[in-house]
Design a binder for this molecule. Structure first.
Ligand code: ADE
Ligand code: ZN
Ligand code: ZN
Length: 295
């Protein structure tokens, strides 16, 4: 399992294509028995599918991340909004919110891959658990905040860590980004969504959101009206508190569906409220972090 994960991270799609092409030609022209050739072909095919799937593990879809960006912008102070506008040269938080996923296709950024999630046992504290040496979403968010607060951070790095922070605060609020490592936060739990194959992680990242067929601005404007006190209460706490909150929800999400289960409207009616509330909390908390950094 560990070896396979290592292989996943070492291959880019381009190098995989080159490797499979070479292996195919080598086996075609080798003097191997036909039966052995067939076995090799099947092995190469399965290997390619595994790597392509492993590299395509998604996050909140772009709609989810953009909703969070729109909500966050509504809660920025005027001064902070101005500073962020200047840094992002007019690009909105919604626009830059998908940056963390966009860079996944560039192997230059492979080292950030593990920053999108954290897995630690449901019955233990993050602080006491074995940490991923490559980093996780908690250490990733803290790194972004430290870099943005540091006066010596270059302009280029400021833009990078700001865009990444916007993305990661979003991911932190998708419960399955604080899910179990064994099933990659539900990515390995195959289910059906309105009769199409998907997995539990993707149902929470995007299937439920996209099935409304609404734009991210429409969905961002479709959230609960909150009082000042409610907003302040949501903004209380630390990144770690919000991590535990997501993990608690993840425990419920795992109980909500069985392997192979057909999910659809009923599932949405039961769980879309949690999705909306997590998106709203995420935007409000992102604004709090940005107001603290730039205020
Ligand atoms: N995305 C990719 N791997 C993951 C994991 N182990 N947990 C949560 N989300 C993930
Ligand atoms: Zn995800
Ligand atoms: Zn992500």
């Amino acid at each position: 399992m560990r070896k396979m994960q290592l292989i996943d991270k070492c291959f880019t799609k381009e190098s995989l294509v080159t490797l499979t092409n070479s292996l195919f030609s080598y086996i075609c022209f080798s003097k191997l028995d036909n039966m052995y050739k067939q076995v090799f072909f099947i092995f190469i095919l399965l290997f390619s599918f595994h790597i392509i799937n492993a590299n395509n593990i998604p996050d909140w879809g772009s709609t989810g991340h953009r909703i969070i960006g729109v909500i966050a912008e509504k809660h920025l102070t005027k001064k902070v909004k101005k500073q962020i506008d200047k840094l992002l040269q007019g690009q909105s938080l919604a626009f830059v919110s998908t940056y963390g996923d966009d860079i996944k296709s560039d192997s230059k950024y492979n080292k950030f891959y593990t920053w999108h999630y954290v897995n630690f046992p449901f019955n233990s504290k993050y602080e006491d658990s074995d940490k991923n040496p490559k980093g996780d979403i908690v250490s990733g968010i803290n790194k972004c905040i430290t870099m943005l607060k540091d006066k010596n951070t270059s302009q280029e790095d400021q833009v990078f860590y700001l865009k990444f922070l916007v993305h990661l605060i979003g991911d932190l609020h998708q419960p399955l980004h604080v899910g179990r490592g064994e099933d990659k936060g539900g990515n390995d739990i195959q289910v059906r969504w309105h009769n199409k194959g998907t997995n539990l992680h993707r149902v929470w990242d995007s299937n439920m959101i996209e099935s409304w067929n609404m734009s991210y601005t429409e969905l961002a404007n479709n959230t609960r009206d909150l009082s000042k006190q409610q907003i302040q209460s949501i903004q209380k706490g630390t990144v770690l508190d919000w991590t535990y909150e997501s993990q608690k929800l993840a425990i419920q999400v795992y109980k909500s569906a069985a392997i192979g289960e057909k999910l659809g409207y009923k599932y949405s009616y039961n769980h879309f409220g949690t999705v909306q509330s997590q998106l709203q909390k995420s935007g409000i908390r992102l604004a709090k972090i940005l107001n603290d950094i730039y205020g």
